[in-house]
Ligand binder design. Structure first.
Ligand SMILES: [Zn+2]
Length: 342
C-alpha cells in the first residue's frame, strides 16, 4: 500500500475528482477486480484499472497473442505475436510495468463451469472481456450465485454495448438477452470486423461503471448503454427484470451446471479449442521430447507448438490445446488424441 504522500502524488488528478476524493482512492486501492478475457476489451480495461490504482487485478485468458490481435488489443506488441505469448502473462507483465503497486494475478485458463466460481469468488467485481456468449452466460450465472457485481461489454463493427449488473439489485444479462444466440447466428468481429476505437470506447464505459460500483454508486446498474463511435451516438435503456428470469429471479443457474460443450470452435479463426476431461498438469518438456520424432516442435516457456498433418497445435500446461487449421471439432480432437493423448 502506498504511503499517504505518494498516494496524493500519484493519483492527484483522480483524487481531485469530486466523485473520487482521498477516501475513494483508498477504497480503490483496497479493491480487487477479475478481468475475464484479455483481448480488445480486457487489455484496455486492465490498463485503465491499473492506472486508476485498483489494488488487485486477476487477468484471465485462454489464448495466445497473434499478429491479427495487434490492431485493437492494447499492451501487446509484435514480439508477443512472434513468440505466441499467452495473453494473460503478457498482459500481466505490462500491467506491472505500468503500476508496480498493483497486485497482478495472471491465469492462463479457459473459463468453464468447473473453474468459474474459483476465479471470481475472491474479487469485488468482474469485467467481461470475452468474445462469446457461452462464457458471458456462464459469468452471469456465476456472478449472481456468489453475489459479485459484473460488467457486461461487447463491441462489433463500430458499435458496442455495456451493462453493469448488480446481483439482487438490478436486471441481469438474461433480462437483456434471454438465451445465448446459436453459434453462427450472430456476426462476429472475425467476420464483420471491429473498429479499435469502438472496442476502447466500450472498455472505457466498462471501467467507468466498475469504478462507480467499487465506490458504491449503483446508479447505472441494470442500464444498457449502446454506443456507436462512427455516428457519435449514445443511448441508455433501463432493463427491467423479467418476472420469470431463470437466473436472477428463480435462481436456476443452468450454465453453471455445465450445459456448455467442452470443445469450442473458435469462430472465424479456423481453430478449435480442445479441453481435457479432467484437471491435469502437463509436463510440456517431456511431451516435446516424445513428439520430436514425429512432428515439428517449438518450445516456449508456457506453450508447446506442434505442427503436423497441416495443423498447428498450441498446447498449454493445463492440458488444453488450440488446434489451428481446421474448424472441424472431430478432426481437431483426433489430432489432439494422437499428439497429446489425454
Ligand atoms: Zn435476470
Amino acid at each position: 500500500m502506498l504511503s499517504h504522500d505518494r498516494l496524493l502524488d500519484r493519483y492527484s488528478r483522480q483524487i481531485a475528482l469530486k466523485v473520487v476524493g482521498v477516501e475513494g482512492q483508498r477504497r480503490l486501492a483496497r479493491s480487487s477486480v477479475a478481468v475475464i478475457g484479455c483481448g480488445a476489451l480486457g487489455t484496455a480495461v486492465a490498463e485503465l484499472l491499473a492506472r486508476a490504482g485498483v489494488g488487485r487485478l486477476k487477468l484471465v485468458d485462454r489464448d495466445i497473442v497473434e499478429i491479427s490481435n495487434l490492431h485493437r488489443q492494447l499492451l501487446y506488441d509484435e514480439r508477443h505475436a512472434i513468440q505466441g505469448a499467452p495473453k494473460a502473462l503478457a498482459c500481466a507483465e505490462k500491467i506491472s510495468e505500468i503500476n508496480s503497486e498493483v497486485e497482478v494475478e495472471p491465469v492462463v485458463a479457459d473459463v468453464s463451469h468447473r473453474n468459474v466460481l474459483n476465479l471470481i469468488s475472491d474479487v469485488d467485481l468482474v469485467i467481461d472481456g470475452t468474445d462469446n456468449f457461452e462464457t458471458r452466460f456462464l459469468l452471469n450465472d456465476a456472478a449472481l450465485s456468489v453475489g459479485v457485481p459484473w460488467v457486461y461489454g461487447a463491441a462489433l463493427e463500430t458499435y458496442g454495448v455495456v451493462m453493469p449488473i448488480l446481483p439482487g439489485r438490478s436486471a441481469c444479462l438474461r433480462d437483456l438477452i434471454p438465451n445465448p444466440p446459436r453459434p453462427g447466428a450472430l456476426p462476429t468481429c472475425e467476420l464483420v470486423g471491429v473498429l479499435n476505437a469502438a472496442a476502447v470506447t466500450v472498455a472505457s464505459l466498462q471501467v467507468a461503471s466498475a469504478i462507480k460500483l467499487l465506490l458504491g454508486d449503483e446508479e447505472g446498474a441494470g442500464v444498457a448503454t449502446y454506443v456507436d463511435v462512427w455516428r457519435h451516438s449514445l443511448e441508455r435503456v433501463r432493463v427491467e427484470r423479467s418476472e420469470d428470469c431463470p437466473a436472477c429471479v428463480r435462481g436456476r443457474y443452468e450454465f453453471l451446471e455445465g450445459k456448455m460443450s467442452r470443445d469450442v470452435v473458435l469462430c472465424g479463426r479456423n481453430a478449435v479449442q480442445i479441453s481435457p476431461a479432467r484437471d491435469v498438469a502437463l509436463d510440456l518438456e517431456e511431451l516435446a521430447n516424445r513428439l520430436r520424432r514425429t512432428a515439428e516442435v517449438r518450445e516456449t516457456p508456457h506453450v508447446l507448438f506442434v505442427r503436423a498433418e497441416g495443423l498447428e497445435l498450441a498446447i498449454f500446461r493445463d492440458g488444453r490445446a488450440i488446434v489451428k487449421g481446421t474448424s472441424d471439432p472431430a478432426r481437431a480432437r483426433s489430432a489432439y488424441a494422437r499428439y497429446v493423448g489425454l
